[in-house]
Design a protein around this ligand. Structure first.
Ligand code: F6P
Length: 584
């Protein structure tokens, strides 16, 4: 990236407020007439609905027929996208305009998966060659580690890889590792440490041999408190475990960051740094160098397939008409559910155990992106923005929270994700698993009426308890099997859906100012907890009391902490961006 002033600082797009757009007003009126129509009626009125309201794109099949929409609803939603300027904003993103207006940055995660010959400009410079140069460096490093050619300080090959990062520098890597575990190199153990809670680090490294352990310190800024605290503890753990001095660090630590100065201040050889750029948002970075652990696990060629999957969905998103565009449709349905039907949440329910961290990954992608209360121009919105995303793999969730989805008072639209084939076929398991997906979507949509319950001979007093109202919307996404390519398509599907929703809400989906205040206050409180004598506290009465209570409760001796099984002395590390509580 060049540092020169942008040619095209993207001003907050002048646009009518969302609720003033004619399509919005038409949707308000339309909702009055169809809002409560039951899915039973919609299906009865159109026997082909279940095949008509479906879409195939980039190898994914979406059945959206069980949403509470008519053809007219869809038409109006598509018109809303048009009036909200989606085509222009989409083009601006792919063109490299600074659409992240509050940080004055381009948003070019699509460049991370662009083919070698593509041209994508940021500040007039084609970024694609740099992307491929880093991919090349990741490839040769991965091959050296996977083959055993890369040796640790004592001459042993790497058997354990620990990614240290948080947020986008953790959730993408850990989700992708779990999702693609089937393709992972046997014989190498992967661990992911994110939490500043020391338990995370201690448990992740408890059974590892430092001589065979490689740490990847993943942090866009290389200043994040949690990551730097864990990184310093890792260095202490390694050097004490090896009984070695600082020169051992270069064989056991690599960094993924945009900040070379902070990386070398930590003591990592710049040769062992894998770079990315400020136009990659943390939550949009899993296929950048932040995906180094993914490439180490699945190998460069599977990583290329992952990129190909992203690319396929990018192309679909870029070119398909809105009404046949999967990310756009999913976004519009979410807008309908959220704004007009009053849903405040989306449950993401993968029926694939390997996708167990997918909902957690989506939480950051969706909620850090669209959890905003002002428009691009800084005006408070008068409509709802990003819904709460959450979920668990099926069928486990069925025996826990599905009760509320079926019979509670809140509307919880669901995204079911399932596959035609299991990667680990076992007897009848997969048919049973997938039968549950279809059954849940069916039950949510159609429910069971009081008449049906009575007809089963249910005692009158129990009838209301056993009624399922139905009319609960859901999407079903199907793919053949969970390959790296399919994972890329799925992630890109949600990325572009998040983008589309952000455009309609006219918010900045690429900043995250909401995480700052807590970080600043924590920095103020840390010394108040660590000081040997209680400093003068200037918080509110609750925070002051909590600090006093904690100081009484904590029993650890100041100045000595335990890292795994090793006691280390606390002292500050020169050149470190964050004063570490641990170190040697
Ligand atoms: O706290 C929010 C955040 O800035 C995320 O957006 C980001 O993914 C995460 O922290 C980690 O940041 P970094 O990669 O700079 O350590």
């Amino acid at each position: 990236m060049t540092t020169k002033k942008p040619r095209t600082r993207m001003a907050a797009t002048p646009r009518k407020p969302l609720t003033q757009l004619p399509a919005w007003k038409a949707l308000v009126a339309h909702h009055r007439s169809v809002g409560n129509t039951h899915l039973r009626e919609l299906f009865a009125a159109d026997p082909r609905r279940g095949t008509r309201m479906t879409l195939e794109a980039a190898g994914l099949y979406l059945d959206y027929s069980k949403n509470r929409v008519t053809e007219k609803t869809l038409k109006l939603l598509v018109e809303l996208a048009r009036q909200a300027g989606l085509a222009g904003r989409r083009a601006a993103m792919f063109r490299g305009d600074r659409i992240n207006v509050t940080e004055n940055r381009s948003v070019l995660h699509v460049a991370l998966r662009a083919p070698r010959g593509a041209v994508i400009l940021a500040d007039g410079k084609n970024v694609v060659p740099e992307v491929h140069a880093v991919l090349g460096k990741m490839t040769s490093f991965s091959e050296r580690v996977r083959s055993g050619e890369w040796k640790g300080h004592t001459g042993k090959a790497v058997r354990n890889i620990v990614n240290i990062g948080i947020g986008g520098s953790d959730l993408g890597p850990v989700m992708a590792y779990e999702a693609l575990r089937h393709y992972s190199q046997p014989g190498i153990v992967f661990r992911f440490v994110s939490n500043v809670d020391g338990t995370d680090f201690v448990e992740a490294t408890r059974d590892l041999d430092p001589a065979q352990t490689l740490f990847i310190i993943s942090s866009k800024t290389f200043t994040t408190l949690e990551t730097m605290t864990n990184a310093h503890s890792a260095r202490a753990w390694l050097l004490q475990g090896l009984g070695a001095a600082d020169e051992a660090v270069s064989r056991h630590f690599v960094a993924v960051s945009t900040d070379a100065a902070n990386v070398s201040a930590f003591g990592i050889d710049p040769e062992n740094m894998f770079t990315f750029w400020d136009w990659v948002g943390g939550r949009y970075s899993m296929e950048s160098a932040i995906g180094l652990s993914t490439m180490l696990a699945i190998g460069p060629s599977n990583f290329e397939s992952l990129l190909k999957g992203f690319r396929e969905m990018d192309e679909h998103f870029r070119h398909a008409p809105f009404g046949r565009n999967m990310p756009v449709l999913m976004a519009l349905l979410s807008i309908w559910n959220n704004e007009f039907l009053g849903a405040q949440t989306v449950a993401v329910l993968p029926y694939e155990q390997y996708l167990k961290r997918f909902p957690a990954y989506l939480q950051q992608l969706t909620m850090e992106s669209n959890g905003k209360h002002v428009t691009l121009g800084g005006r408070k919105v008068n409509y709802e923005t990003g819904p709460v995303y959450w979920g668990e793999p099926g069928t486990n969730g069925q025996h826990s929270f599905y009760q509320l989805i079926h019979q509670g008072t809140r509307l919880v639209p669901c995204d079911f994700i399932a596959f035609g084939q299991s990667l680990t076929p076992l007897g009848r398991h997969h048919d049973i698993l997938v039968a549950n997906v279809f059954a849940q979507a069916e039950a949510l949509a159609f429910g069971k009426t009081a008449a049906e319950v009575r007809a089963e001979g249910t005692a009158a007093a129990l009838v209301p308890h056993r009624v399922f109202e139905g009319n609960r919307p859901s999407n079903v996404v199907l793919a053949d099997r969970l390959t790296p390519e399919v994972l890329g398509r799925l992630v890109a599907l949600y990325e572009h859906s998040v983008f589309t929703q952000g455009v309609i809400w006219n918010i900045d989906s690429f900043d995250q100012w909401g995480v700052e205040l807590g970080k600043v206050l924590a920095q103020r409180i840390i010394p108040e907890l660590e000081a040997t004598t209680l400093p003068r506290l200037r918080h509110d009465s609750s925070t002051n009391a909590l600090i006093r209570r904690y100081r009484k409760l904590k029993s650890a001796k100041q100045g000595r902490r335990r890292v795994g099984d090793t006691i280390v002395q606390q002292r500050e590390i020169p050149g470190s961006a964050v004063p570490p509580p641990l170190g040697v």
